[in-house]
Design a protein around this ligand. Structure first.
Ligand SMILES: [Zn+2]
Length: 264
């Protein structure tokens, strides 16, 4: 299914090996279209779906200049986490290049969303990317309220986020299966919660759900096409709002190229 290859001056580009001419779809927010519960990129007539956990793995490990060759539009869900992709990347090996990564720097406090779900970007004094996420599923289910904060580095991504799986409530899982979404995932592959907790499953972290929401943000923010420097506070934010923030930052943030950073 996967093949990783490297080419200078690319960032992350999906390549559809199964279509004539092998169309290329750069992992950039400009190519993102809104689809329910998954991230889809489209360019001309080619698309790739459910790319979020692959992007999170690549961004989390600071891998760019990478072509992701795929042979169908829907990416494998695996166990709903980024760990299988992290394993594949590490197995293929990461080549350190003699160039600095481009950065997008948050210049001022920027808030998007409404009262129920929102996301706020804040400038930072030290050059870091950190996320504080507040998850609130209300009461009467096994998820409830969880808050977590993490400075995202390749090391923390691997130890704190990569294994954290997609989760949902029982009625959401039933609905998804009815819609034929997630056709490549059986119910047993998913982390599904009823009133008491995960069904036939053991949590990898007590707060695995909120950690997965942070993993999702790392994947969504990867569509900036470069590193992001800033602190983000999110309350019940999802793929759509996260991507909107990326668009706003691309328009309003400070862009510093690798060359500029090198000569600074
Ligand atoms: Zn996810």
């Amino acid at each position: 299914m996967f093949e990783w290859s490297f080419d200078l001056h690319l960032r992350v580009v999906f390549v559809r090996a199964d279509l004539p001419g092998n169309p290329r779809i750069p992992a950039q927010v400009a190519h993102r279209i809104e689809t329910p519960r998954r991230t889809t990129l489209t360019l001309k007539k080619a698309n790739v779906e459910m790319i979020e956990h692959i992007l999170a793995a690549l961004a989390g490990l600071h891998v760019d200049n990478c072509e992701v060759w795929v042979d169908q539009p829907e990416m494998p869900g695996c166990d709903g986490s980024s760990q299988p992709f992290v394993d594949a990347i590490l197995q293929a090996g990461i080549v350190q290049q003699n160039a600095m990564r481009d950065q997008l720097i948050v210049r001022e406090v920027t808030r998007l969303g409404g009262e129920d779900s929102w996301i706020e970007a804040r400038p930072v004094k030290t050059p870091e990317f950190s996320i504080r996420y507040r998850l609130d599923y209300g009461i009467g289910n096994g998820i409830g309220r969880q808050t977590a904060q993490l400075k995202i580095t390749p090391a923390t991504f691997r130890t704190e986020l990569a294994t954290c799986r997609t989760f949902m409530l029982k009625h959401e899982a039933d609905w998804l299966l009815e819609q034929g979404l997630g056709s490549r995932a059986a119910l047993t592959d998913l982390l599904v919660f009823d009133e008491t907790g995960p069904i036939d499953n053991t949590l990898r972290f007590e707060d695995e759900c909120v950690r997965h929401k942070i993993l999702d943000m790392v994947g969504d923010f990867a569509l900036a096409g470069c590193d992001i420097v800033g602190h983000f506070v999110a309350h019940r934010s999802g793929h759509r709002l996260n991507s909107e923030m990326v668009r706003v930052l691309l328009a309003e943030g400070q862009k510093v190229s690798g060359e500029q950073r090198r000569s600074a």
